[in-house]
Design a protein around this ligand. Structure first.
Ligand code: ADP
Ligand code: MG
Length: 362
């Protein structure tokens, strides 16, 4: 038996959505109990539909959903012991913060489970958790966006669900507030130990918060793994270019030795890799080169040569756009801002971090 949520070949076709256009197209995933899992992908890739099927708000066209080994595919929403937090908060405007959170408890048929005094105690326990106890008497219109989101979170958590589902909950908040709320959500997840299933199209958010990320595209999961796996060892070109600032240069495997692979770029220059990469000699591959894994250095063997086509001052670093010699491709290099600026057109030599560059199948 697996504890947690298991999705088996989950598919969804909406009525009238067009021939063969699956909103969710065969999703297999195991979400361990107590984990923080994120569905990440562009708009329309099937994140919300997947989440709503887990919640029981949408009926799968085929496939199964299991919880702790039991098939819950046909279980009604109210029996699933899951709560959802939405981007638009969905608060009652005429109720106070306290009443909004209390409503969550009363509506969940908690008959006889709590006395009035216990309900109040429990509501304040969760208002404390989201740092809103001092605002209990306010109405939603008297709160900031971040505070409203905390109320909707407290309202979901107060019923003690096993699983909390989040659909782009921070989407309407500004960048600073989002960062603060990300840290809050991580803390709350750690303190409560519930399963969090989170939907976002923001890769930084997914990377920072999750135990594992499912990168989705066109209703399918392109890769399901830890943030580090997804970032350092993307399974395919789509994941490589969706996460972080990756540039993919076409290459051929020239050989292999004890330390790893030697790959040859289109212009004949060779790069050594010393991490886990599986590819056969002679195979055409894509070499994923992230800006932070590249640095300028002295020209010489093992260096990749090119010319600076552009530079962008980013504040934290200068981003150089480098066209590799012989039309081998374009890479971006992040350089410290206290180093001398490099002029447009200047010839440069780029060192590739042999532990980070990653080979992608063609
Ligand atoms: N109620 C619906 N009726 C018909 N098509 C829908 C409905 N909801 C979503 N879709 C379609 O299903 C696909 C996946 O949508 P959705 O799950 O909302 O994606 P995401 O949350 O990743 O943006 C999209 O093509 C969308 O247009
Ligand atoms: Mg959505």
């Amino acid at each position: 038996m697996t504890t947690g949520i298991e999705l088996r070949k989950l598919r969804k076709l909406y009525e009238g959505h067009g021939q063969g256009a699956w909103a969710v197209d065969g999703v297999d995933m195991t979400i361990g109990a107590g984990k923080f899992i994120t569905l990440l992908g562009p708009s329309g890739c099937g994140k919300t539909t997947t989440l709503r099927m887990i919640a029981g708000l949408e009926v799968p066209t085929s496939g199964q959903i299991l919880r702790d080994g039991l098939d819950i595919t046909d279980q009604p929403v109210t029996d699933r012991d899951m709560r959802m937090v939405f981007q638009d908060f969905a608060l009652f405007p005429n109720m106070t913060v306290e009443q909004n959170v209390t409503f969550g408890l009363r509506v969940r048929r908690m008959r006889g489970r709590y006395s009035e005094a216990e309900i109040k105690k429990r509501v304040f326990q969760f208002l404390d958790l989201v740092h809103l106890a001092d605002h209990a008497h306010k109405k939603p219109h008297q709160l900031s966006g971040g505070q409203k989101q905390r109320v909707s979170l407290a309202r979901a958590l107060v019923t003690d669900p096993q699983v909390v589902l989040f659909d782009e909950p921070l989407g309407s908040l500004d960048a600073n507030l989002r960062k603060i709320m990300q840290i809050e959500l991580i803390r709350i997840h750690r303190e409560l130990g519930k399963t969090f299933i989170y939907v976002t199209h923001d890769q930084d958010e997914a990377m920072a918060m999750s135990n594992a990320i499912a990168v989705m595209r066109g209703g399918k999961v392109m890769q399901f793994g830890s943030p580090r796996d997804i970032y350092d060892r993307p399974a395919n070109r789509y994941v490589a270019s969706f996460i972080g600032h990756a540039h993919i240069v076409e290459a051929k495997v020239a050989g292999r030795d004890g330390q790893g692979l030697v790959v040859s770029l289109g212009n004949g220059e060779k790069v050594r890799l010393e991490n886990e990469n599986s590819a056969a000699t002679g195979e055409s591959v894509g070499l994923m080169l992230r800006a932070e894994d590249l640095a300028f250095g002295e020209a010489g063997p093992g260096m990749v040569s090119g010319n600076v086509a552009d530079s962008l001052y980013r504040g934290e670093y200068i981003e150089y756009v480098v066209e590799l010699n012989g039309g081998a491709g374009v890479v971006h290099v992040h350089a410290r801002t206290d180093l001398p600026a490099i002029d447009q057109g200047a010839a440069v030599a780029v060192r590739v971090n042999p532990h980070k560059a990653h080979v992608l199948a063609h």
